[in-house]
Ligand binder design. Structure first.
Ligand code: APR
Length: 253
């Protein structure tokens, strides 16, 4: 992979890097992207139709079963070479500060060793009450097999259903996480936008915020996206292929 000279020099001189990651970041670990066709029990449903407050209202047990199955898959996969390269870069003594701002609910950045990781759309480990929002910490059994319906547990405080701690379509982002994400992006001199289609707002607005704040913006995605026009450099590669090359090009600092 040939890197333009301006990109290599931006990688070498970067002091603060922001990584904006989406579902494509984890695709090579075996987590299906949101807009991939679904298989098995949920074949005839689009993920976008299950990740909504309306779907939850209609049939909690169905939506709960789908999330537990997705979360179960995440438990069995491992960070890929892309996640690992980012964490290795931050660990170098002369490496830049790297803040990860992810739309993914998986914990693969953390398991690779990245820190901080801001989860704009919630996280696999953050169940809460649908009504009083109390966190739910009791163990939840994740089935290895796909099951059509599982009744969610109830909140010990108020008796309402426990829901996945993720952001559904039409819901607000957690404000603290959003502000932290904007701050990381505004302070960065280099921003890597990895594996996101750039169609879900407000997260999709972060690359433009970064560019307006003066950062060099690099997109890593095998296909053209809404972000491509905002980027200074576009790498039509996968995350696991491109990120180790970028990090190697950054040198020892
Ligand atoms: N490496 C890099 N990019 C990849 C790879 C890969 N191996 N495989 C796929 N991609 C790209 C696709 O080309 C696509 O542009 O990843 C992107 C995935 O897009 P989406 O599935 O739309 O995921 P994302 O952008 O994270 O979705 C945003 O929408 O569904 C909601 O809340 C959900 O967080 C999600 C949000």
């Amino acid at each position: 992979m040939e890197l333009p000279r301006e990109l290599t020099s931006a990688l070498r001189s970067a002091e603060r890097v922001a990584v904006l990651s989406g579902a494509g970041m984890s695709a090579e670990s075996g987590v299906p992207t949101f807009r991939d066709a679904q298989t098995g029990l949920w074949e005839q449903y689009a993920a976008e139709d299950l990740a909504t407050p309306e779907a939850w209202e209609r049939d909690r047990a169905f939506v709960w079963a789908w999330y537990l199955w997705r979360f179960g898959r995440i438990r069995h996969v491992a960070p890929n070479a892309g996640h690992r390269a980012l964490a290795d870069w931050a660990r170098r003594s002369s490496g830049p500060h790297i803040g990860v701002v992810t739309q993914n609910v998986d914990d693969l950045h953390e398991r690779a060793g990245s820190n901080p990781v801001v989860h704009l759309h919630g996280s696999v480990a953050a169940y809460r009450c649908e009504a009083c929002a109390a966190p739910y910490d009791a163990p939840i059994h994740l089935p290895d097999e796909a099951v059509h319906r599982i009744e969610p547990p109830t909140c010990p405080r108020c008796g309402h259903s426990v829901r996945p701690g993720v952001v559904w379509f039409g819901e607000m982002l957690p404000m603290d996480e959003w502000h932290r994400g904007v701050e990381i992006v505004e302070q960065a001199d280099l921003v890597l936008v990895v594996g996101t289609s750039g169609i879900v707002h407000p997260a999709a607005g972060l690359p433009a915020i970064a560019r307006a704040a003066g950062a060099r913006v690099v997109e890593v995605n095998p296909v053209d996206t809404e972000v491509s026009d905002v980027a200074h450099h576009v790498l039509r590669e996968t995350a696991a292929a491109a990120l180790p090359v970028l990090v190697a090009a950054a040198g020892d600092g």
